[in-house]
Ligand binder design. Structure first.
Ligand SMILES: [Zn+2]
Ligand SMILES: [Zn+2]
Length: 141
């Protein structure tokens, strides 16, 4: 059964098949900019496991990691849909805010903790990485 979701306005719909290949909350400064101050939480899937409908807009830049990162968001409401980066070709990090069930894909690590503000609530039960961890893979499950 695919896991489904949509953006705030409903113009962009998403479905993913299978298990996430890892999930992370990222506190890099870029994520804080579009996360409204918090980090972003992303569940990683292979490109072929992800289908979207609706019009996407894109923003591309060089991430703190040095990778070229492309981010897709809803052209109408601006909700973030997914991210893809040159450091992990073939994978997409789906913003967990897209899923109808916000508990569907909990994070398994917290990354870029050195950029997090002093008030950030970092889950002490998860592994922490000061910067970028290795790219997601099958072992990440
Ligand atoms: Zn929307
Ligand atoms: Zn980030």
């Amino acid at each position: 059964m695919p896991v489904a979701g949509q953006c705030l306005c409903g113009a962009v719909k998403i479905a993913v098949e299978g298990n996430a290949l890892g999930g992370r909350t990222c506190w890099c400064r870029t994520c804080q900019k579009f996360g409204g101050g918090n980090g972003t939480t992303n569940a990683f899937f292979r490109d072929e496991a992800v289908t979207t409908e609706g019009e996407l807009s894109w923003y591309e830049n060089i991430a703190d990691s040095g990778n070229i990162t492309r981010r897709a968001f809803c052209s109408n409401c601006g909700s973030h849909v997914f991210t893809m980066g040159s450091g992990a070709p073939g994978f997409r990090g789906i913003r967990v805010s897209m899923f109808n069930d916000s508990n569907a894909f909990p994070p398994q690590a917290v990354i870029w903790t050195e950029s997090a503000p002093s008030w950030a609530a970092l889950d002490p039960t998860l592994p922490h990485f000061p910067k970028a961890p290795p790219p997601p893979s099958q072992q990440d499950r």
